[in-house]
Design a protein around this ligand. Structure first.
Ligand SMILES: Nc1ncnc2c1ncn2[C@@H]1O[C@H](COP(=O)(O)OP(=O)(O)OP(=O)(O)O)[C@@H](O)[C@H]1O
Length: 225
């Protein structure tokens, strides 16, 4: 099974601060679905940002899709194949309407206008969001924005999905819908989530970051964190 990501010995500190990641390693194989949890501020979002090159580790290596990734050009390619759904949807959505936000990525990939319109409608249908198509993005509710954020990433048809707290602001029914949507997708994924129930529903391996190091999460009971 090909390895999609191999993160080895990552050390990362924000300027003037103690390291968030000290010696973090994690692998993701094709088709694999893994969850990452850990205390607030333990570096989960930081790790996802390093994977797509929004942050660079001071020590350690990121190998993605078979090649070491170091500079902006390397990560530009990674971002076309690994889609990050941000923890805060306002970091993801910047166009006037939902349809334009979803169209932005595929247009950037060079697809024709006709192809893009098809992708927009197909993606909205898949997420049962057709009713939001022409809505003004910044006026959506928190939960609606989160699903539209996922739609903008799915429209790029990435090989890997990186989801940062995807259940935040979702009601119970929408969370269940998200579980069904994710379980019907073919992509490998890494989900950062504090929601143990959700993690169990959508992933098969669970890891935890603590003190800058990633280890297997031992789940002793259904409500274990
Ligand atoms: N741009 C930044 N500059 C300085 N410090 C930052 C920056 N971004 C994050 N941090 C700090 O780095 C630490 C790790 O943040 P990160 O967002 O990766 O944690 P997290 O595990 O995702 O947390 P949460 O569970 O609360 O979402 C935190 O202490 C945070 O305050």
């Amino acid at each position: 099974m090909p390895t999609l990501f191999e993160l080895s010995g990552l050390r990362f500190a924000y300027p003037g601060q103690a390291p968030v990641l000290r010696d973090a390693s994690l692998g993701l194989d094709a088709g694999e679905r893994i969850a990452l949890t850990g205390p607030n501020g333990s570096g989960k979002s930081t790790l996802l940002h390093i994977m797509v090159g929004l942050l660079r580790p001071q020590v350690g290596t990121v190998v993605a899709f078979g090649a070491p990734r170091r500079n902006e050009q390397d990560f530009h390619e990674v971002r076309q194949r690994a889609g990050l759904v941000f923890q805060d949807p306002d970091d993801q959505l910047f166009c006037p309407t939902v349809a334009e936000d979803i169209a932005f990525g595929p247009l950037n990939l060079g697809k024709s206008k006709t192809e893009v319109l098809e992708v927009v409608d197909r993606t909205l249908d898949r997420l049962q969001l057709g009713h939001l198509r022409d809505r003004v993005t910044h006026k959506l509710s928190g939960g609606e924005k989160r699903l539209v954020g996922l739609a903008t990433v799915l429209a790029m048809e990435p090989d890997v999905l990186l989801l940062d707290e995807p259940t935040n602001a979702l009601d119970e029914a929408t969370r269940a819908r998200l579980v069904a949507i994710l379980n019907a997708l073919p992509q490998a994924l890494i989900v950062v989530s504090h929601d143990a129930h959700f993690r169990r529903k959508v992933t098969s391996h669970q890891y935890r970051i603590r003190d800058g190091v990633i280890g297997a999460l031992e789940v002793h009971c259904p409500h274990a964190e």
